[in-house]
Design a protein around this ligand. Sequence first.
Ligand SMILES: NC(=O)C1=CN([C@@H]2O[C@H](COP(=O)(O)OP(=O)(O)OC[C@H]3O[C@@H](n4cnc5c(N)ncnc54)[C@H](O)[C@@H]3O)[C@@H](O)[C@H]2O)C=CC1
Ligand SMILES: O=C1O[C@H](COP(=O)(O)O)[C@@H](O)[C@H](O)[C@H]1O
Length: 262
Amino acid sequence: MDEPVLLTGAGGRVGQAILRHLGETFEWRLLDREPLSSAKLPAGVDTDDVFIADVTDDAAVRNVVDGCRAVIHLAGDPRPEAPWDSVLQNNIDGTQTMFEAAVETGVEKFAFASSNHAVGAYETDTRTPELYRPDDEFRLDGTELPRPSNLYGVSKATGEVLGRYYHDHHDLSVVNVRIGNLTEGHPPIDYERGQAMWLSYPDCAHLFERCVLAEYDYEIVYGISDNDRKYYSIDRAKEVLGYDPQDNSAEWNGDEHIDGER
Ligand SMILES: NC(=O)C1=CN([C@@H]2O[C@H](COP(=O)(O)OP(=O)(O)OC[C@H]3O[C@@H](n4cnc5c(N)ncnc54)[C@H](O)[C@@H]3O)[C@@H](O)[C@H]2O)C=CC1
Ligand SMILES: O=C1O[C@H](COP(=O)(O)O)[C@@H](O)[C@H](O)[C@H]1O
């Protein structure tokens, strides 16, 4: 049997999108600082696989990571308006603690939940709102330097650089997923930017599944569905990870799918 995959921040939105669709795909270890109700646990995961710990707690993290083949690191403060103290502790220190434990214990792959906010300042006044529309050809592809929107975005760019360091010096395979706007069921309504960077729950789960299964060195990819409106290229995620998204915000009229199929 394969060694387990550790999912941090398992009780949150991204964690639950992953577990809902991949609950039986891997052996899981789940970590969150908040207890997970039984409704949040997939079948086959019992309480021995669930660890209530803070990602800044070195000893607790090392104990949880030990024996895992891969880490999907989501835990952190997800608020674009989060203050520096919080992102410094939860996002930067917490991510460094996770990377350190991963290399100490021989983890092979590490997927980091980065964000659109690491590059939000590319959305300049002259580019918007045209950028959010299907006929606009501007694309970010992951090779560009970070241009954070806020201090939260700075913490995500820092996580990407931590990954670069742990890849170069410890040979850990690292993929940074700059997640767009994860919204359940249908794309955000009356929010062009959110529709351009929509990531559906099934596409989110599939993308992180590929992060566990694919072979790579150090990568930065965008995590959005195959939206007609887009200013993030998903070519690298397709090429390196084998990402094959099934959803597109253009297929929705508000909360109604245009085929009426969903
Ligand atoms: N939801 C979205 O659209 C996007 C999310 N992301 C990133 O994905 C990750 C997950 O985001 P969401 O699921 O939306 O957030 P969430 O707030 O729903 O879930 C985060 C989970 O992490 C846990 N957590 C927070 N700090 C922790 C710590 N210090 N130690 C242990 N557990 C801790 C929380 O208890 C929570 O269960 C975050 O890193 C966020 O920055 C990035 C871009 C978009
Ligand atoms: O990184 C994140 O991005 C999403 C989308 O950003 P928004 O500015 O369109 O809200 C955000 O909802 C999420 O909380 C955050 O973690």
